[in-house]
Design a protein around this ligand. Sequence first.
Ligand code: MG
Length: 275
Amino acid sequence: MKSLKPILFLLITVTNGHSFASEKDKSFQEQSMLSVLYVQTSTEFAANNIQTFNNASKALDIALQDNTWTAALEQKGNFAGKIPAIIIDVDETVLDNSSFQSRTILSGLSYPNGWSKWVNESKATAVEGVYEFLHYANDNNVKIFYVTNRLESFREPTIKNLKNLGLPFDDNVNTLLMRVDENVRDKTERRKNIAENYRIVLLLGDQLTDFISTKEAYVFHSDRKKLAKKYSDMWGSKWFMITNPTYGRWELSIYDEMPESEDEAIQKRKETLNP
Ligand SMILES: [Mg+2]
């Protein structure tokens, strides 16, 4: 049985400022180059996202006709009469931050270096297909909740970015639920709070934790992959996953122990390959 502690430790160190990458040797960051180019240049990626959001719109039609339908594991009790809502993640689901990823490759410095500067510029583009989908939901009187692990301190530039893109945003209700505690990435409580007043009809995200708890999702990759099958009834009907090949828990879950150097991380990546 693999210990989860090193993975959790890695998350904390990576997300709190530690990074292996350096300006001198850019080779570690350059390992991300093809995945970022795939996001930025391929029709395949754009088509896949349009496909996902088109299917999400069709699922929404079904969900709105059926008041016994809920997409949230956290939804309990009698919800049939509640206002329908969707929960959508922000980064790499609505906002495309691949320009930030490009910067990290060219500079050799990884997240969180430059992240704050990028967010404050409010110039992320929209993921293909999301504009049409969100307007479709909005036109059908579905409340849109943006649930993101961007820190609360980024509220203003995030709202500005969403509005600049012409995305529906309700200023009258708090529809942007951010990460209040730097150390709490789990979105379960936020979904639960929304479920108290709304019927959550769809979930959309690019990370497993946009759908389930961190407790369940933060496991070694071989166990983590089984979760896709566990929830096979949800994908494409109530849950819609945007592919993110550039970063995420999927990457951290390949390290069973905390790599102490770039070389060690690369070695672990190679060992994880299945030839
Ligand atoms: Mg995301």
